[in-house]
Write a protein that binds this ligand. Structure first.
Ligand code: NDP
Length: 305
């Protein structure tokens, strides 16, 4: 594997993949570095219903594969590794990773975000033994079982709907009396008899022996505690940007997103940020694709001087 590129893109979600289609087509030698499976968070989406051009919806992993193939057609290279640091060395930006060091004239950071953890007793212990953060990956293990989804946003509702085809029942636990998810998704979930809504409720702990068996719940209005028996817990309470390794390099907002201008430029020349990782992003596949385009064109302009 070469270690010198025109453009290194960190993250292979929709923003990074779109940027790579543009840079590769512009004959800029481009590498995508991703710590997981190419596609990022859309790999968790069974069906993406608001991406233009697919009136019946499109499966997330399938869309990722199509975008990746499109970029590879123009010469994109990819590697699975975790980026640990970026620094400037003369004309080059050096990207340190668990798979070696790479040099680039421009870097586009499109590392997206990871699922937020609850931080409650039992969560860590039972991860992989009943606690999961991905229904597309783990849903099939819960065929005819009772499961719980925690969260009230778009992701939680999507996950609950996705689980209908596997689980015997789904309890969606949300800490408020109103869901955050968009109205159309709420209506879809409310119409499903398999989904039960437990509102104004938080999960205090996850308990079991070898696998998850029950949850300790607390009603936030009455303070009343209760036990809910379940075989699985899907945590879906939001996303956290993957910027821990950038804290000392780039200005971040309060939530840890990278601050950029409208050209996706950070305050370091030749380093761009795009997609969900960027401060102010509205975290849609469509906006990630648009932002990825802008970042690629800005990187090209930078390299051309
Ligand atoms: P969100 O931040 O939208 O929602 C998180 C949910 O989890 C909220 O309901 C929040 O409650 C709840 N929550 C947060 N912390 C805790 C906690 N400690 N304990 C219990 N509950 C908690 O995150 P999502 O992952 O749903 O979505 C992330 C982004 O991706 C959003 O911008 C979303 O719109 C977008 N998205 C878009 C999709 C689409 O349009 N097709 C699909 C999926 C995601 P509260 O409401 O009280 O704050």
């Amino acid at each position: 594997m070469d270690n010198k590129y025109d453009v290194v893109i960190i993250g292979g979600g929709p923003a990074g993949l779109t940027a790579s289609i543009y840079t590769s087509r512009d004959k800029l030698y481009t590498l995508i570095i991703d710590k997981g499976i190419i596609g990022g968070n859309i790999n968790n989406a069974d069906s993406i219903d608001n991406y233009p051009g697919f009136p019946e919806g499109i499966n997330g992993p399938e869309l990722a594969e199509l975008m990746h193939r499109q970029a590879e057609k123009y010469g994109l290279k990819s590697i699975t590794a975790e980026v640990t640091a970026i620094y400037i060395e003369g004309e080059n930006r050096v990207i340190k990773t668990t798979g070696g060091d790479f040099m680039a004239k421009a870097v586009i950071i499109a590392g997206g975000s990871d699922k937020v953890k609850m931080g409650i007793p039992g969560e860590k212990e039972f991860t992989g033994r009943g606690v999961s953060y991905c229904t597309t990956c783990d849903g099939p293990f819960f065929r005819n079982k009772k499961v719980v989804v925690i969260g009230g946003g778009n992701s939680a509702i999507y996950e609950a709907i996705h689980l209908i085809k596997f689980a015997s029942s789904i309890s969606l636990i949300h800490r408020r009396d109103k869901l955050r998810a968009t109205a159309i998704l709420q209506d879809k979930a409310l119409a499903e008899t398999k989904i039960e809504f437990i509102l104004n409720t938080i999960v205090k702990s996850i308990e079991g022996k070898d696998f998850v068996q029950k949850l300790l719940l607390e009603n936030v209005k009455t303070g009343k505690q209760s036990i809910l028996e379940t075989d699985g817990v899907f945590v879906s309470i939001g996303l956290k940007p993957n910027t821990d390794y950038l804290k000392d390099l780039l200005p971040l907002d309060k939530q840890g997103h990278i601050i950029t201008d409208e050209h996706m430029s950070t305050n370091i020349a030749g380093i761009f940020a795009t997609g969900d990782i960027r401060s102010g992003s509205i975290r849609q596949v469509t906006t990630a694709v648009g932002d990825g385009t802008v970042a690629a064109l800005s990187a090209k302009k930078f390299i051309d001087g």
